[in-house]
Design a protein around this ligand. Structure first.
Ligand SMILES: Cc1cc2nc3c(=O)[nH]c(=O)nc-3n(C[C@H](O)[C@H](O)[C@H](O)COP(=O)(O)O)c2cc1C
Length: 249
């Protein structure tokens, strides 16, 4: 394995960070690498808010040393167009999708760059769990054409997680040339894979058997996968409508 592959395969989320600070130089390298990610039409339709306020880091970033909020954002481009006396209207779903891809690629690239410097990370959608109006207010985000897509906490691990989560691979994940739905036998295997002790796809912190479940997916579909509260879903629709990303044709 070369160094890059080793780094990619060593990625895992960290939820407990030490007090060790990320140096300015390392942060600069992480951000400069993040923005090297591919982006559609050289638009870089994102903004990255760098957070170093302890209270917010504790609230939204699992106590990481630095937080990065990656926002899909068209404001810079709209303002540039205005500056040049052009009309630029990004009010369409295709641009929101493309902008979201730019944003995610930049975010994942930041996590990889960080890991290559020995800095750990956690992705979180805490920005959506919080009252979104407050998130916009706190970070001074423009209401229109800007949406906080994902947050990334960066820091040094306080301790290693007990186990590293595995990943599904093979049928159902990788399709050659054409999409293929899983057969009943393959689905049986997938259910077993979730409980495979070596694969380690997932286990609730409290332990399955203590909670009266035989299989991980029984717990997942009945306990973990609760429906989101209706008001949070409506809030997201409202925010996306306000941001002009969700407009009827
Ligand atoms: C969009 C997204 C949102 C996530 N939100 C959270 C979160 O709010 N809290 C958390 O502890 N982990 C969060 N994670 C991290 C995942 O739980 C983690 O990546 C997954 O369980 C796999 O574990 P690993 O990263 O250690 O391999 C998120 C990851 C993604 C991609």
């Amino acid at each position: 394995m070369n160094e890059t592959i080793k780094i990619l395969q060593s990625l895992r989320s960290i939820r407990k960070f030490s007090d060790k600070k990320i140096s300015k130089k390392d942060l600069e390298i992480i951000i400069n690498s993040s923005i090297r990610a591919a982006n559609a039409s050289s638009r870089q339709n994102y903004s990255i808010i760098v957070v170093d306020e302890k209270e917010i880091l504790d609230q939204m970033f699992y106590g990481a040393n630095i937080g990065l909020v990656f926002c899909v954002d068209f404001n810079r481009l709209i303002d540039t167009a205005k500056h040049l006396n052009y009309d630029y209207d990004p009010k369409n779903i295709r641009l929101f999708i493309t902008g979201s891809i730019d944003t995610c690629l930049a975010a994942q690239t930041a996590a990889i760059a960080a890991k290559s410097l020995g800095i750990d990370s956690i992705f979180t959608n805490s920005v959506h769990r919080a009252k979104m109006e407050d998130v916009y207010k706190h970070f001074n985000l423009p209401e229109k054409y800007c949406f906080p897509l994902i947050a990334l906490g960066l820091g040094y691990a306080k301790e290693e997680p007990e186990w590293k989560k595995g990943r599904l691979s093979g049928p159902g994940i990788i399709h050659t040339n054409k999409y293929q739905k899983l057969s009943s036998e393959e689905l049986d295997q997938l259910v077993k894979d979730y409980d495979d002790q070596e694969l380690k796809l997932g286990a609730p912190a409290a332990g399955l058997s203590e909670m009266g479940f035989e299989r991980y997916l029984d717990w997942f579909f009945t306990k973990w996968n609760r429906p989101f509260p209706e008001e949070k879903i409506n809030e997201l629709y409202d925010i996306l409508r306000k941001a002009m990303f969700l407009v009827e044709k």
